[in-house]
Design a protein around this ligand. Sequence first.
Ligand code: NAD
Length: 255
Amino acid sequence: MSERSVLVTGAARGIGAATAIRLAEAGDRVVCLDICADDPALDYPFSTFEDLATTVEACGESAEGVAADVRDSTSLAGCLEDHEFDVVVCAAGAVWGGKEIWDTPEAVWRQMMAVNLDGVFNTAFVTVPAMIESENPGRFVAVASAASMRGLHLMGAYAAAKHGVVGLIRSLAADLADTGVTANAVAPGATATTLLEASADVYSLEDSSEFANHHANQRILQPDEIADAIVWLCSDGASAVTGSVLSVDGGMTAT
Ligand SMILES: NC(=O)c1ccc[n+]([C@@H]2O[C@H](COP(=O)([O-])OP(=O)(O)OC[C@H]3O[C@@H](n4cnc5c(N)ncnc54)[C@H](O)[C@@H]3O)[C@@H](O)[C@H]2O)c1
């Protein structure tokens, strides 16, 4: 097996950054992709070019940073036209909440679908054909959520999009059939990132540590803990695992 070429979206910080660094430490050549620009529809900051540069530096000399928007398949294809990947991890995502479904602005609904669900489709559309042809075993992993398993009060658009990610991944696994490429999702619980802080604001919590009460293990998870599960799904050892949703949620959805 030759050195693997890896794409991680949403790689400038949080779960994406932790995953990119873990995969680079394991010897993969990593392309770190992020939008590196705020979304005016959302009231919390996205990553910056500096964040992306920090991740790329931590991934080592063979790593590369790409600024691109996973919502835009044409621009995504253009930015990645010189690349072929063995492993793809879709961690780009965003959260919005504060209103019941019937009061959710249509533009926000579309935005949640665009980044969290279309973003995974666009990434698969651009990368999977070459992955099927690679001599290395292909691995496609999407970061879903505990919100893929249950409805969320005041965060319905996000939860609906994350449910969609599970349907997409299971169907992708079916389509990949006997190609040797696997497609899986991880479903994290509350993990210490900017997105979790934004979720705490939705519920007017003093800070995000209150989400620990939803976990059987009674603590907030760290991005490295989600990254470790993703790295395993990307490994040779996970060759029989496809179409699965791996809960990494401190027991949240089990109890
Ligand atoms: N943190 C949690 O508690 C939690 C729980 C379950 C699932 N998740 C999921 O984990 C994934 C990573 O989130 P995180 O918690 O690390 O949050 P984060 O906000 O720290 O990271 C998300 C990254 O995605 C990037 N991004 C946003 N829109 C983009 C776009 N259109 N194109 C490219 N990049 C874009 C952001 O700039 C940011 O760097 C997301 O899919 C999120 O839904 C997070």
